[in-house]
Write a protein that binds this ligand. Structure first.
Ligand SMILES: Nc1nc2c(ncn2[C@@H]2O[C@H](COP(=O)(O)OP(=O)(O)OP(=O)(O)O)[C@@H](O)[C@H]2O)c(=O)[nH]1
Ligand SMILES: [Mg+2]
Length: 489
């Protein structure tokens, strides 16, 4: 929803202008054609972050299946793409070898790609096709650890992530300086500066925060809010979400027999169980009489971690008396439900805007790395598009409203959030009316909102940031009215 020409159409036209400019360069032409094709594809979301930040585990949690290998294949520098396909299939690509089919070994909770006999260090990409609902709208990319001192001869991981993906879940256990420096790679371009709308920072492995105490997840939430308010983080990320991939995954793949075993564990008197749960070693090897037996305990520990075991048994005691109830509660408490919701609202619902952003970024990079006559004018065009793109301003405003409400009262902030698409980008969702509302009703509500937010944008008693925010909301309303006038709904 925009006023005037849609951003994705503008981006499409820009790619064609660039194709014209670089028509004598086969490499540039190939690259630009690839970018054009990308506009039509599902959103590419990379899961990135430092070593062992929980990337592969989180990807599995989002998929609800164990498909990405946790630990093991590391240091390969290889990106693994999980995309939709009618048949499970895996293909390996390296710089100087022909593409090669890889065998897939299925398991009860997912699958693994068989890499036996592969020279893993030489692989550049593995593309896995896997039929599952999650991948209808997105392609997920598992990436190797992002480090600041990347190996010579290999493009720094974060640079590649920001180039190849439309959006990023950046995992970090604490959002420290080195994380921000890595993310700042993305701010070296005009697109990166004008439109930091494609990165969600995920505070990961949060079950380990707070020394494994049950209220540790609340501490993580507070930490996330504090991070959000940090202007340096705000300039790089749409939002910060705490999540424990391990607990989320455990919740999503919890079986009846897992539940039965956990229930058995929950029957052990609490103080006694607490003693067993003091360390992993104690829990698995400590007491020969403890039920379930050591092998099962080791498997449960592997799946849930010590904190997860404490949480799951506490939840069962508190009334989660079925697999379904425990599973739902684990998913909720892990932060996974909120993360998936945020991914939808901030990224997947904004598919077109983020695809357009990727196209702008690709053209900008090409123009800067291969300057030629006419490149400056086209760069000017990129900047002009960035300055005018209402879609990016909406996304930034949404983030600001969620993080600080811009100082608006709760009700006003909620209305603003809804109008700029925070509850869904369709007209009815934005206007907060029934799905089958008549065009007249949509018009009436949009016109009323536009009038009120315009007034606010001009209210001298409000702070500048609030007036600017109100201006964006008013412009969104204007866009809706334009769409209604054009016959949309
Ligand atoms: N407690 C806890 N452990 C986790 C969580 N996520 C991952 N782990 C554990 O951390 C280790 C690394 O997890 P991975 O998912 O492989 O992390 P990664 O970021 O993909 O690691 P690399 O690809 O090697 O950089 C494994 O032992 C996981 O079980 C989490 O949310 N909580
Ligand atoms: Mg990994």
């Amino acid at each position: 929803m925009t006023v005037g020409v849609r951003l994705e159409e503008t981006a499409w036209a820009l790619l064609h202008q660039a194709l014209q400019l670089y028509r004598d360069s086969p490499a540039a032409t190939d690259h630009l054609r690839h970018q054009l094709a990308r506009l039509e594809q599902p959103l590419l979301i990379a899961v990135a972050g430092p070593w062992r930040s929980g990337k592969s585990t989180l990807l599995n949690a989002i998929m609800g299946e164990e498909v990405a290998p946790v630990e093991g294949v590391d240091d390969s520098g290889c990106f693994t793409w999980y995309e939709d396909g009618s048949q499970p299939r895996a293909t390996a690509y390296s710089a100087d070898q022909p593409a090669q089919e890889l065998a897939i070994v299925k398991s009860p909770t997912g699958m693994r790609v068989d890499l036996v006999g592969q020279r893993v260090g030489e692989l550049r990409d593995i593309v896995v096709q896997w039929p599952t609902r999650t991948l209808r709208q997105v392609t997920l990319i598992d990436t190797p650890a992002a480090t600041s001192g990347d190996e010579p001869g290999r493009a720094p991981v974060m640079e590649r992530v920001l180039r190849d993906a439309d959006a990023v879940l950046y995992l970090t256990r604490d959002g420290r300086d080195s994380d921000l420096r890595l993310l700042e790679t993305g701010r070296e371009s005009a697109v990166g500066q004008a439109a930091p709308v494609n990165v969600i920072m995920v505070l990961s492995r949060v079950d380990e925060t707070g020394g494994g105490r049950i209220d540790g997840l609340l501490t993580a939430r507070r930490l996330a809010r504090r991070q959000q308010r940090d202007p340096r983080v705000d300039a790089l990320c749409v939002t910060v979400v705490p999540c424990s991939g391990l607990l989320g995954l455990a919740g999503r793949i919890l079986s009846e027999s897992d539940f039965a075993m956990l229930a058995e564990l929950a029957r052990v008197p609490r103080p006694e169980l607490e003693t067993h749960l003091l360390s992993a070693d104690r829990f698995v090897r400590g007491d020969a009489l403890l039920r379930p037996d050591a092998e099962v305990r080791a498997a449960l520990l592997d799946r849930l971690g010590l904190f997860g075991l404490r949480l799951a048994t506490t939840l069962i005691r508190a009334g989660c008396d079925s697999r379904a109830k425990l599973s739902a509660e684990l998913i909720r408490r892990s932060g996974l439900a909120e993360l998936r919701e945020t991914m939808h609202r901030s990224l997947i619902d904004r598919h077109d805007t983020l695809k357009a952003r990727s196209a702008l970024a690709a053209v900008e990079t090409l123009l800067r790395s291969e300057p030629r006559r006419g490149a400056d004018e086209l760069l000017g065009r990129v900047e002009q598009i960035l300055a005018g793109a209402h879609e990016f301003r909406e996304l930034r405003l949404l983030a600001a409203l969620r993080n600080t409400r811009l100082g608006f009262e709760a009700e006003l902030a909620a209305e603003a959030e809804r109008l700029v698409g925070g509850d869904g980008v369709g007209l009815a969702a934005r206007l907060g009316v029934e799905h089958d509302a008549t065009v007249e009703r949509l018009w009436e509500v949009a016109a009323d909102a536009q009038w009120r937010w315009r007034n606010r944008a001009e209210d001298p008693l409000l702070r500048l940031a609030q007036r600017r925010g109100a201006q964006v909301v008013a412009r969104s309303c204007e866009g809706m009215l334009a769409e209604l006038a054009g016959g949309g709904r």
